[in-house]
Write a protein that binds this ligand. Structure first.
Ligand SMILES: C[S@@+](CC[C@H](N)C(=O)[O-])C[C@H]1O[C@@H](n2cnc3c(N)ncnc32)[C@H](O)[C@@H]1O
Length: 241
């Protein structure tokens, strides 16, 4: 059971995400903070403008957080936004080469909407993240797209082509398993099978019951037919070194 203070802080941190993804983010942030992060060392890879790193640094003031992204525009925005947090450091750089970090020096490497951007470099990423992690440290990817469901994959393909996103590779379970090679164990959490439909809804309090109901139905279906889980649209994954 999550600490009620942390649960409240998580609720506030994720309040801007669509209701269809609320459960995914709530569960992910709860899991990230389940082993007390206070006093630890965390890297957020591909941090963008640093929302997750900023939240972690605010919530755990004695924790040292590094945010890394190779897009300078994002790093400059993140530095400006969080300039008052002395435990938070943003750096321009390649997530695949954490050269500033010593071996076995980090407790958590986390990426949000990130793993699919590294899809063509996963073995190297796994080695590099494992290298910097302490024994028992964790590598987590949250809010990632799965590619097994042909309908969801087709819809995503059309949307992505319209938005001209550069790299939106879908991920497959064999890639998650291969990533686990330098780790001792990993766990995947699945979201948005029926719930995918709710992504069409606006963020409207009156409609909140729809994604909530669909999430409950997904949970029942996944429990009864575990083979359906890989047809979910999204996942969070947690690796332990
Ligand atoms: C979808 S955005 C996610 C940003 C942020 N994590 C969030 O949740 O808002 C993906 C980010 O990954 C960064 N990125 C992709 N590949 C990278 C790499 N090899 N090294 C560093 N940053 C990378 C991009 O610049 C972009 O900011």
């Amino acid at each position: 059971m999550a600490n009620p203070d942390i649960s409240q802080a998580i609720g506030q941190a994720i309040a801007h995400y669509p209701y269809s993804d609320s459960a995914l983010f709530f569960d992910a942030y709860t899991e990230l903070t389940r082993p007390n992060l206070e006093g630890k060392v965390v890297i957020e890879v591909c941090c963008g403008t640093g929302a997750l790193a900023g939240w972690l640094a605010t919530t755990f003031p004695k924790t040292i957080i590094y945010g890394i992204d190779y897009w300078d525009v994002h790093i400059d925005a993140a530095k400006k936004k969080y300039q008052d947090l002395s435990n938070l450091h943003f750096r321009s750089g390649d997530a695949l080469n954490l050269k500033d970090f010593a071996d076995v020096s980090v407790d958590l490497v986390v990426g949000q909407a990130t793993m699919h951007h590294l899809a063509n470099h996963l073995p190297g990423a796994a080695r590099e993240f494992s290298r910097v992690l302490k024994t028992g440290g964790r590598c987590a990817f949250i809010f990632e797209p799965l590619g097994h469901n042909p309908v969801i994959a087709a819809i995503r393909g059309v949307l992505n082509s319209r938005r001209q996103w550069i790299d939106e590779s879908l991920l497959f379970l064999n890639a998650l398993e291969a990533f686990g090679e330098p780790f001792t164990s990993y766990e995947v959490h699945y979201y948005n099978f029926l719930g995918y439909v709710a992504k069409l809804l606006p963020r409207n309090e009156a409609l909140k019951w729809i994604p909530t109901t669909l999430r409950r139905m997904d949970q029942r279906l996944f429990k009864q037919w575990p083979g359906l889980r890989k047809h979910a649209a999204n996942f969070n994954v947690f690796y332990v070194k």
